[in-house]
Design a protein around this ligand. Structure first.
Ligand code: SF4
Length: 908
């Protein structure tokens, strides 16, 4: 593709399912800048901290730029021939189910479409599953049970129109920040709007909540079945809607009545008064949206949770209306696109069903395929178990890192290591998964790729290239199609560009679709390259003229057509009550709460895993940004003060968190935001950034029986203090070649790296410092030793430049991280300044900013606290004084927390 450096390119953020529009520009000197697209209907110009820092993540450091076989550089022909011949031979010798693709919600729809077409239509197996299985498979299963289709009914606009938003298992402030900001802005305009947060932790999202229900892990089924029973008991049902548009209400209400209020209180860990306040608020508020994400989905009862929520909306007729409906928000940028092309092992393309012979026949005819898969394939957890026991002998992993993200991750790593043939397509040369690949295929990255993605409100947007593809990297669709051709499927995979793939995908969605299937973008069937290039974000359905837009049989439905230009006009499914079930009615699902208790004497705590504000997945992109790496610079375990005291753990201690499956070492973060009895650990840290912090090694491979989604938020665990004799902190100009410490965690910072360490036994500290600074590094080392007290400090200078400083102490090191990091960029010609570095204390004019809160402007907690002391007692006042919170706004909740803490402190 020709790259035009003179204009801004409209593209889409590659992180979360909000799907924000981004304007990217490359200056003549090659510098890239990004800003939010003011015309994109998902974000209207907003970006969160991650989106704002995208330009910092596109350098070529660490990129995989050439194909490799067993670590040897090769050319594409040899690599593709080997992949195609090995897959073909494996199929010939062991059958088509002996091969598998494990793909990703980070792929573009066109990549996904081609991979699914090859596996399901031409190899003839359904052994293609995706990391989206870990993200929202329970929502898919719940939608299909209730609606007969995997349909998200509403639009983001509904979040602004609602009078009540119930956020369930969703830390929107950190995981979908722009949606959080849209809600916060709507709430400022309409102060009567209410927000309820249902989450075991008091996350930053509680900042906008009128009510926080600190629910017991997996208590959601009880909460929402209890709500259904309450609605029935308090005459808050829409009987007309139930009769006209649903089936199964009686059984659902009967099942929901299994527990009385006291029973629900016991199952949820909530007080009866809290329950009644929430239930009565829900009953009284017609315009209610229930937003749910991973806290609902990542559970062994995830599908039941989804249906328990949907049941309440069906019972009140609150679906498909402005400001009302259940709303699944996806974690990944293109989880929805993956669902559309059939990227899950139990779905066919274009929302058709693999179990349905008519659908299989239709897809086979459309593709002119030799053998469409006849049964669902292996879901993610099953797939890696099949790799482990040898049923799968050739595995292709695309754009994902299962060694870190799959449950029972150590077993998954062992399975991959033992697999006879592993291909990995990725943008990075070194990830915890790539290191085990026999064949490494360099893929194009964000900014180089061209295609489309679908966000959580069914809006399809283009990702456009604005950078030249480096080295020999290629688009994923091209790589898959080249392998397909070498396997003998030339004609079906001869698309010259993503435009033709999208046109085919759109045509399949419309093929023999008379309104009986929800996913229809027939208006774009056969779209030409020019129209595809200019394609504005649009929401599906978008059928061709004359095709019904909504479920067949729905009275007064509008006709379809292309939505021209940037359209913020919202469409909603089910407005008139027709669904995609055989009888056109939505199905209530009878659900009984079943206890999900897993703790025991040996593992008395519940481990909950999740995201932090400024990192994404396994940090392959955000780990490159020094700005994003400063917010939370090391892996941590969030523990309630009562539990910390019980287990003898102090704040900033190193703790060992273990389960039946493994153990990790993390920094203790003691906070009352955590629920007593639970421990939270972020999912992002890998062997590339920490010694032992791959939290998914701890997660049991327990899955929801319907969706196959792993239960990543309810694992029985134990937490113990790690008996460190020495703690250390270092700043380093270069990443050390190796780190010989029990605990270590590396994060990028301005001009280098920052390192935290802890050790169980003393070392030769001068030798240890030399190994970190680089044995051959030129220059002078200043040192301070307090052998009796166990304090050691080293600083190494090359000329007037600091190349490394190491601080060691028997307790967590108190040196200001922000100040130390800044010393890597400062000039140190002055000897007094050098001594200040060895002392670990800021000199006269240095300011200790404290932990970075605002990533955009580098504003620290100490600066904010100082401004509060100086009279800035609102987020706006802090913004006016320090700029903090005035760009992406992702830190506004934390700023409010600091203001509140200072206010309480002052009142004491
Ligand atoms: S909310 Fe942030 S991470 Fe998500 S799409 Fe928007 S800018 Fe990207």
């Amino acid at each position: 593709m020709k790259i035009d450096e003179a204009r801004e390119v409209r593209t889409t953020c590659p992180y979360c399912g909000v799907g924000c529009g981004v304007l990217a520009k490359v200056a003549a000197n090659g510098e890239v800048t990004v800003r939010g697209d003011p015309d994109h209907p998902a974000n209207f110009g907003r970006l969160c901290s991650k989106g704002s820092a995208l330009a910092e993540t596109i350098d070529l450091d660490g990129r995989l730029l050439y194909p490799e076989i067993h670590g040897r550089r090769t050319d594409w022909d040899e690599a593709l021939d080997l992949v195609a011949s090995t897959f073909s031979r494996t199929i010939a010798e062991h059958g088509r189910d002996a091969v598998a693709f494990y793909v990703s919600g980070q792929l573009l729809t066109e990549d996904y479409y081609v991979a699914n077409k090859l596996m399901k239509g031409f190899i003839g197996s359904a052994n293609i599953d995706t990391n989206s299985r870990l993200c929202m498979a329970s929502s898919v299963a719940g939608h299909r049970r209730a609606f007969g289709s995997d349909t998200v009914p509403g639009s983001y606009e509904d979040l602004e129109l609602a009078d009540l938003i119930v956020l369930v298992g969703s830390n929107l402030a950190w995981c979908h920040p722009v949606l959080y900001q849209r809600i916060a802005a709507a709430r400022e305009k309409r102060p009567d709007m209410k927000v309820v947060l249902v989450d075991p932790r008091r996350t930053m999202t509680a900042d906008i909540a009128d009510m926080h229900l600190a629910i017991a892990p997996d208590g959601d089924v009880a909460l929402f079945t209890g709500l259904l029973a309450y609605l029935g008991q308090h005459n808050a049902l829409d009987r007309t809607y139930i009769t006209a548009h649903t089936t199964g209400f009686g059984q659902a209400l009967f099942a929901a009545s299994a527990l009385d209020l006291a029973g629900i209180a016991a199952a949820t860990g909530l007080g009866e008064d809290e329950l009644v306040r929430f239930y009565s608020l829900f009953a009284a508020t017609a315009n209610t949206v229930t937003v749910y994400s991973q806290g609902v989905n990542q559970s062994s009862s995830g599908t039941d949770k989804v249906n328990a929520i949907i049941n309440c909306h069906l019972a009140t007729g609150r679906i498909g209306k402005p400001g009302a409906g259940p709303f699944s928000v996806t974690g990944q940028p293109n989880a929805m696109g993956g669902r559309e092309v059939g990227g899950l092992a139990n779905m066919l393309a274009a929302h058709m069903e693999i179990e349905n012979p008519e659908h299989r026949d239709r897809v086979q005819r459309f593709w002119s395929a030799p053998a469409v898969a006849e049964k669902p394939g292996l879901k993610a957890v099953e797939m890696f178990q099949a790799v482990a026991d040898g049923r799968i002998k050739a595995l292709w992993i695309m754009a994902t890192n299962p060694v870190d993200s799959m449950p029972d991750a150590d077993a998954v790593e062992a399975a991959i290591k033992a697999c006879p043939f592993v291909v990995v397509s990725d943008v990075l040369a070194k990830t915890d998964t790539v290191r085990h690949a026999h064949v490494r295929l360099p893929a194009a990255a964000w900014g180089e790729k061209d295609g489309s993605v679908t966000n959580s409100e069914r809006r399809i947007s283009r990702q456009r290239a604005f950078l030249a593809t480096p080295g020999e990297a290629r688009a994923d669709w091209w790589i898959v199609a080249e392998v397909a051709k070498r396997m003998g499927f030339d004609e079906a995979f001869s698309h010259p560009s993503p435009a033709e793939i999208f046109a085919e995908h759109a045509a399949l969605s419309a093929f023999e679709n008379d309104g009986a299937r929800d996913f229809d973008i027939g208006a774009y069937a056969g779209v030409d390259a020019e129209t595809y290039e200019e394609l504005a974000p649009f929401q599906w359905p978008a059928p061709s003229q004359g095709t019904p837009l909504w479920p067949a049989g729905q009275a007064g439905r509008p006709e379809g057509g292309v939505q021209a230009g940037h359209s913020s006009a919202s469409t909603r499914f089910f407005a008139n009550g027709n669904f995609y079930t055989p009888d056109g009615k939505a199905r209530f699902i009878p659900i009984r709460p079943v206890p999900q208790t897993r703790t025991n004497e040996k593992f008395p705590l519940v481990l909950n895993t999740g995201r932090v504000r400024d990192h994404w997945h396994t940090m392959t992109r955000t780990g490159k940004s020094q700005r994003l790496s400063q917010h939370l610079a090391e892996p941590f375990a969030e523990i309630h003060p009562a539990d910390a005291q019980h287990f003898g753990i102090g704040d900033a201690d190193i703790v060992r968190v273990s389960t039946e499956h493994g153990e990790v070492l993390l920094r203790a973060l003691v906070t009352a935001r955590q629920r007593p009895g639970s421990v939270f650990v972020p999912m992002h840290w890998t062997d590339q950034f920490s010694a032992r912090a791959r939290v998914d090694a701890l997660v049991a491979p327990i899955t929801d029986p319907i969706s196959g989604q792993p239960a990543s938020k309810n694992v029985a665990a134990r937490v113990e203090r790690f008996a460190a004799v020495a703690f250390g902190f270092a700043v380093l100009a270069e990443r050390p070649a190796s780190i010989d410490a029990d605990y270590w965690s590396l994060a990028r910072c301005a001009a280098g790296w920052r390192l935290e360490i802890a050790l169980e036994a003393d070392r030769d500290w001068p030798g240890f410092a030399a190994s970190l600074f680089g044995a051959d590094a030129p220059g002078e080392t200043l040192a301070y030793h307090d052998v009796a007290g166990g304090h050691y400090r080293f600083a190494r200078f090359a000329g007037s430049r600091l190349t490394g400083a190491l601080y060691l102490a028997p307790r967590p090191v108190a040196v200001s991280r922000g100040w130390a990091v800044e010393q890597l960029s400062a000039d140190h010609a002055d000897r007094r300044g050098r001594l200040a570095i060895v002392a670990g204390r800021p000199g006269g004019n240095s300011v200790d900013r404290g932990a970075i809160v605002c990533s955009c402007f580098g504003v620290g907690a100490n600066q904010i606290a100082e401004a509060v002391r100086g009279g800035c007692v609102s987020v706006e006042a802090i913004g006016a004084s320090l700029h903090a919170g005035t760009n992406c706004g992702s830190c506004r909740a934390e700023i409010r927390t600091i203001i509140e803490a200072r206010r309480l402190h002052a009142a004491e």
